[in-house]
Design a binder for this molecule. Sequence first.
Ligand SMILES: Cc1cc2nc3c(=O)[nH]c(=O)nc-3n(C[C@H](O)[C@H](O)[C@H](O)COP(=O)(O)OP(=O)(O)OC[C@H]3O[C@@H](n4cnc5c(N)ncnc54)[C@H](O)[C@@H]3O)c2cc1C
Length: 570
Amino acid sequence: MSSSQAAPLRLAIIGGGVSGLSSAFYLQRQAQPGDRPLQVEIYERKSSLGGNADTVVVDQGDFVDAGGAATAFLRWADLGVNDVNLATYTEFKTVLEQIGYLDNLKPLQDTTSYFNASGALALTDDAALRDGVTDPLFSLDRADGGQLAPLIKVVHQSALNLVDQISPQYTVGQFFGDCVAKPYPMLNAAATQLHIAIDWADPALPARLGQVRDVIYYPRIAAMYFTDDRGPELLPLQSPFQYYRLQEGGVTPDRRYFEHGAQKWLEALAAYVVGGSNELVRVRIHTESEVAVQAHPGYATVQQGGREPERFDLCVMAAHADDTLALLSFGASMAQWATQVRSMLSQVNYTQGYAVCHTYAGLMPQNRNIWRTYNVLQRAPDAPSFPYRMSYVCNLHQNDPVNPEYARAGLPQFFVSLVSTLSEIPFDTMLDRVQESSRVPPHLFNALPRATQRQLNGEPLRTGYRAAADAIPHLADKAWTVFKHNVLDASCIAAQAQIYDFNQANADQLAAGQQPACALLFGGGWTVGAGLQEQCLRQSKAIAGWILPALRGALTRPQTPAANGAAAAA
Ligand SMILES: Cc1cc2nc3c(=O)[nH]c(=O)nc-3n(C[C@H](O)[C@H](O)[C@H](O)COP(=O)(O)OP(=O)(O)OC[C@H]3O[C@@H](n4cnc5c(N)ncnc54)[C@H](O)[C@@H]3O)c2cc1C
């Protein structure tokens, strides 16, 4: 019997975010005629797809034309995932080209403002400013007699050079401590590489390096979604700098936003995989399907509510580690696997905060002239914690000059802020989530993500990470969402390495024509680096590559249910 005549290999994917959807995408792209057929079932617990993506429509007030006629000015905004760097997101770019979605990525104005609450600090990084003016008084390029900006470049390059050589135990705080204590050995190679002259004998150099740390890097790293609330200095150096390399790197970074919302591209990906189903690879997506998975020797079962468990040859876990811990159990004779997997997953810590769409200028620099796309607040050095904090000016971030709506940028500025409690934003400045489609002009409505349209049509949808349990009655209709993310600390990096070994051991077995004893593979943003969309895609591509050999020949069943790696040896 040829492979194509064999019974389909049944694969379950848990999670309808970018990781789950793209795992199906890569399998579909890579399967070849003659392969064993593949039946993929994707389970998503919410009624919307896209994981943390959450696109809302907000009301900016009435626009009154010359004749006095008023029309509501409505805008969409992303509360979850929101921008990408096409210069370094190579996999992402390819996928978007393949599904015909690349043209929907529009350039954003990549400018940053660093400020403190008192107004004593106000610096703008306007290297990528395309419209508007830089005020020399606040320009980072001119700060400290023009000496700060080149030093930042040198520090940045030094950290990037170290990223692949250091252990996760080497922290951001240690790196900056070393830079201040011994500038020449730490920084000279990068200065030479960049052809930047630094006066190593300058007695002000250590203090200037302290300024680079306190004014630029600590606030910026504290505003990264995977940071540690206890302070950016505790993060492994590799965490923010691997992120920088991808999200802000490249010869010239090419940062883009998703026109009409990030959720829309994920819906396009979902439509592509379902629409591309054929006899070789059939993909079905089940929303509103909160499932539990049980691992058995050589197979897994997926159960929804009180229904009969369904049996699968393999299961890709593409939900976050904490959700995976909650949904995964182990059958009889799988105790060793249970210990191994739970110990990997439970090393991953999570932070939680809120993304809020609002008009409250109190979170912004006092001087309006230095409002930029990304606005990063410097924390007082004695602050007890560093919760994630960043404010985006939406008219710059998702409505830039290439967008015709920008002509109306004089309309009220509004922001998306990432805050640790909703009480940081006054109630009356929080924008409403528009929930009546009749208020939305057809050209705007038709361009929105399907999940946003359904909300406008009155469906009580759960989008992003905001769950029913997060309902706060008087804020229910406001434009905010919960965001959570794994902290990219040393224990998370250790868990990622273990997950890699686990996946690789199962991949080796599949390549050898054997069914893995524990028929799970782990994907999801939390399994690779900072979980940027590019990293999610790379992991999904790897997963597809591991599964493909199982389509090219019959699998033999596992002989023993013994665990691999450390647990097997124990
Ligand atoms: C606030 C924030 C901002 C970000 N911004 C960016 C950015 O600008 N650019 C960028 O590249 N990356 C960004 N990221 C990173 C990236 O977007 C995420 O890491 C990525 O979306 C993770 O995708 P995922 O599919 O792995 O997980 P998710 O998007 O979390 O999807 C997992 C899915 O699993 C589902 N699920 C969980 N349990 C079950 C169950 N029992 N049954 C069925 N389904 C279940 C969940 O409902 C969810 O939909 C950001 C992340 C966060 C948190």
